[in-house]
Design a protein. Structure first.
Length: 346
């Protein structure tokens, strides 16, 4: 192909956000101007629908729920002052608790170290992949607390994680994450860990933290047993979009990640994806490219191959997000829709 034309198309279709350090090059996808004109009305309808969702429109008619994970990044967008206050109060509590743990003000009762040194996060699916991904991508090389995860119900895997802690079980902060508060796999992991604490002569309640919906089984258990802390999950935040809630912010803050800056970056990214000029909206560009490549009927497979080691889990996170959260058979009007089969690197 003519290198001059390739360069001109590259310049025309390169999206860049220098403040975020984000670049998206779609110039080699081969879509045509006619395709863009044909898709423009659909894209504008999608933008309008997103505006309504962000204002608090019902997104899940079956359950009558809003979807508001973007309010977590900018509480001022929340549809009422009650929700805004809940978001801000929860963030303040996360910051205060994590600072007290890292500084040693909150400490385990039986640890020779005199402070918490490890985090054991128990959760599955959306309650695990987000925190795992952020830990790999953003945590410092020598975090104040190191983290490990129990994200499956495999007994051997659970036992391995507990064994790896060894005597540091006494200085381990256990975070149990379940939106419903009754996820079987998470409960299995919790029971195994509680047994390990009993066998070691440790009081689990002094080292346990619950992240769940208020008044769930897990929340009530943690309250009755006097766990160290409880943080809320909101019914308007889906598990796979919960990273900017207590699900992701608490473990991130405990690892020394600046969660305020993380929220600022996420809010900036949200702003970019609200842009109704398709060429200036990275999410819209990617959506159109996926649609173009699969001819609108999902007839191609997509593979995500991160070249940066710390972004390895991005592919697994996107796989779950695209195929489970977005991978619905029918739209709200009952029309059959098609989603791309998605393969991750690992």
């Amino acid at each position: 192909k003519d290198p001059i034309k390739l360069w001109e198309r590259y310049v025309e279709w390169l999206y860049q956000h220098k403040e975020l350090g984000l670049f998206v090059d779609v110039s080699r996808m081969g879509f045509t101007e006619e395709f863009l004109r044909r898709m423009e009305p659909r894209m504008q309808r999608a933008f309008a629908a997103m505006r309504e969702l962000e204002k608090g429109a019902i997104a899940n008619p079956d359950e009558g729920r809003m979807v508001g994970h973007y309010w977590l990044r900018d509480p001022g967008l929340a549809p009422n002052s009650f929700l805004r206050t809940k978001i801000e109060t929860t963030l303040d509590r996360i910051l205060a608790f994590s600072q007290d743990v890292v500084s040693g003000k909150i400490k385990p009762p039986s640890s020779p170290a005199g402070r918490f040194t490890q985090i054991l996060s128990i959760g599955i699916g959306g309650s695990a992949l987000g925190p795992q991904f952020v830990s790999e991508a953003l945590a410092p090389d020598n975090p104040p607390l190191k983290i490990r995860f129990i994200d499956n119900t495999d007994p051997a895997g659970i036992d391995h994680q507990i064994a790896q802690l060894g005597p540091e079980l006494a200085s381990t902060l256990v975070i149990v994450i379940s939106k419903s508060g009754g996820t079987p796999e998470t409960r299995n992991g919790l029971l195994e860990v509680q047994k390990a604490f009993r066998d070691a002569g440790l009081d689990f309640s002094k080292q346990g933290v619950a992240v769940t919906q208020e008044n769930s089984l897990l929340d009530n258990t943690a309250r009755i047993e006097g766990w160290l802390a409880r943080f809320p999950m909101f019914d308007w935040v889906g598990g796979r979009t919960s990273e900017m809630s207590a699900v992701g912010l608490l473990p991130a803050a405990l690892q020394g990640i600046d969660i305020k800056e993380m929220l600022v970056g996420a809010a900036l990214m949200d702003e970019e994806t609200r842009n109704t000029v398709v060429k200036e909206n990275p999410a819209a560009l990617l959506a159109l490219c996926w649609y173009w490549a699969s001819e609108g009927i999902g007839n191609k497979d997509m593979v995500v191959l991160p070249y940066k080691d710390s972004l390895l889990l991005l592919s697994r996170y996107l796989q779950q997000l695209v195929m489970e959260s977005l991978g619905k058979e029918f739209d709200l009007d009952g029309n059959r829709v098609h989603i791309l089969p998605f393969y991750s690197h690992c």
